[in-house]
Ligand binder design. Structure first.
Ligand code: HEM
Ligand code: HEM
Length: 463
């Protein structure tokens, strides 16, 4: 890690650490409340508390102190995390209802003791963050002092990672046929989305649809914060533009999701599925280009690496395009049951395999003694591993949803009490295939972005 004498504004490390902790905690909340797991309520505080402490401690320790006291970074990270986790807590603090049709009068009303719980909760997050940050600061005191740009690079990784639980949750909405379980596109059964009672999430399909919307809001907030931080910290105009583009894509994606529900449109479901992965791809590309290692890379590689990167870069573009085409075929079968699209998807998977494997091999061919080429070599390894896994998952997905069993009706809100049971195995395998398809796209994008960077001749080029 590069050493710097500059002291970054304390808010940048605090945001990277605090948002990272929040995403881990939201993902844990999702898993703990998932049908079939339904963890006991008493597990919430210890699990969430442990995650917050661990993330802040590791975040502060691994990043040095950023030139700021560890306890202060921890305190602010605790505040950020407390504020974001409040969104989840609110579902516990509103008046609970036993059925969606009884929500009317009590909708959006907090329980009498709620303000006290809110203050205590955020306070507890700040105290835990302060203590964890102080310990992390001591553990990391010998570590290098990172620049504001290096911390922004970490914030970018956190922002891109925030898409992963959202993509899985989106896939689960489709895989469990929950798309229409919450009939109103912006509110949830008339309730402000953040104030929808936890008791009503006991219905499996309502949980999947509503939790996906909550995660969508989280990603929207995280991307907005990332865009603002980039505008302040990153000196490159192209990066400011790119990160705001990522934010606009997230907003459009949210609007597509709402429209899909409002119009009850399968075509919009398909568009939403495809566009979600493209949005993730852009976030991954922008996050990669914000890394300190990316900025310094051209000065750390020799001619052998440069020419290997040039070859990899050319093929990586075709690999990305091939994966995008594959995604569209997959989505056409997933949402419309088109067998023609399925056969195209299976046939095209061989083209994807060949392109991604060869691109991955070219990425790994950079000179091993060049430190700057390491991220490209890692992208190559990632490509090989994830595309192979994805190919295997594809056959498992086909076994679960062969054309003969593809007709899967999506129950409306009124049909929920009598709807068919969720096929757990089918939902898990198809969701895994859909989400790891996003990772194939991410791997190919990383290969493309890094190969093009290393192929540059101009040493010290910072764009
Ligand atoms: C903001 C970021 C969002 C992202 C990245 C995202 C991503 C996704 C993804 C990847 C899927 C799976 C599609 C598939 O399996 O083909 C999905 C499904 C879905 N999403 Fe989102 N989503 C977002 C926001 C929203 C919002 C705000 C809503 C509703 C208000 C929404 C409603 C839905 C619905 C209803 C489905 C199921 C579509 C179906 O299978 O018919 N999404 N989402
Ligand atoms: C190796 C490259 C592959 C990639 C990148 C890939 C990607 C994807 C993606 C992203 C989706 C979900 C699209 C969406 O709705 O958003 C999907 C769906 C699907 N894929 Fe693949 N796939 C690959 C290989 C395969 C193979 C080899 C098979 C089967 C032999 C297969 C079978 C399926 C099936 C059956 C679905 C629909 C699942 C459902 O209806 O829920 N895939 N694929």
């Amino acid at each position: 890690m590069p050493e710097t004498t500059e002291r970054p504004p304390v808010i940048v490390p605090a945001l990277a650490v605090g948002l990272g902790a929040s995403i881990a905690m939201w993902a844990a909340w999702y898993v703990m409340h998932m049908p079939g797991i339904d963890a006991p309520r008493s597990a919430g505080v210890p699990v969430m508390g442990a995650l917050l402490v661990l993330c802040v401690l590791l975040g502060v320790a691994s990043g040095g102190r950023g030139g700021r006291p560890g306890w202060l970074v921890g305190l602010l990270a605790g505040l950020v995390s407390g504020a974001l986790n409040l969104i989840l807590l609110l579902s516990n603090l509103v008046e609970q209802a036993t059925a969606t049709d009884q929500l009317g009068a009590t909708a959006n009303q907090l329980q009498p003791g709620a303000p006290l719980v809110i203050v205590s909760f955020v306070g507890a997050c700040m105290v835990a963050g302060t203590l964890a940050g102080a310990v992390g600061g001591v553990l990391g005191r010998r570590g290098p002092r990172l620049s504001a740009q290096a911390w922004l690079g970490r914030l970018g990784v956190v922002a891109a990672a925030s898409f992963l639980p959202l993509l899985v949750a989106g896939g689960a909405v489709t895989g469990t046929e929950s798309a229409m379980a919450v009939p109103d596109p912006v509110t949830s059964y008339g309730s402000v989305s953040f104030l929808f009672p936890l008791s009503l999430m006991g219905e499996d399909r309502i949980f999947f649809e509503h939790a996906h919307r909550l995660l969508g809001s989280l990603v929207g907030l995280v991307t907005l914060i990332w865009a603002i931080a980039t505008t302040v910290v990153d000196r490159r105009g192209s990066m400011k533009l790119a990160v705001w583009l990522a934010f606009v894509l997230v907003v459009v994606q949210g609007a597509l999701g709402a429209l899909r529900v409002g119009e009850n449109s399968v075509a919009l479901a398909l568009a939403h599925g495809v566009f979600g992965q493209i949005t993730f791809m852009v976030a991954v590309g922008v996050a990669a280009a914000q890394r300190q290692s990316y900025i310094e890379a051209p000065s750390l590689v020799g001619d052998a690496t440069r020419s290997a990167a040039r070859r990899a870069g050319k093929l990586a573009l075709f690999a990305v395009i091939a994966v995008l085409i594959q995604l569209v075929f997959g989505a056409m079968y997933r949402h419309m049951g088109s067998t023609h699209a399925l056969y195209s998807h299976i046939g095209w998977s061989f083209v994807v395999m060949v392109l991604v494997i060869i691109t991955g091999s070219l990425c790994m061919k950079t000179d091993k003694s060049d430190r700057g080429g390491r991220p490209l070599r890692l992208a190559g390894v990632f490509m090989h591993a994830i595309v192979t896994w994805q190919f295997v998952l594809g056959w498992l997905a086909l076994w679960q949803v062969p054309p003969s069993e593809k007709a899967r009706p999506i129950p409306t809100a009124e049909q929920l009490p009598t709807a068919h049971d969720i096929e757990a195995m089918e939902a898990i395998i198809t969701t895994a295939h859909q989400a790891s398809g996003a990772l194939v796209l991410a791997a190919a994008t990383l290969g493309l972005v890094w190969a093009r960077r290393l192929a540059r001749n101009r040493v010290g080029d910072t764009t």
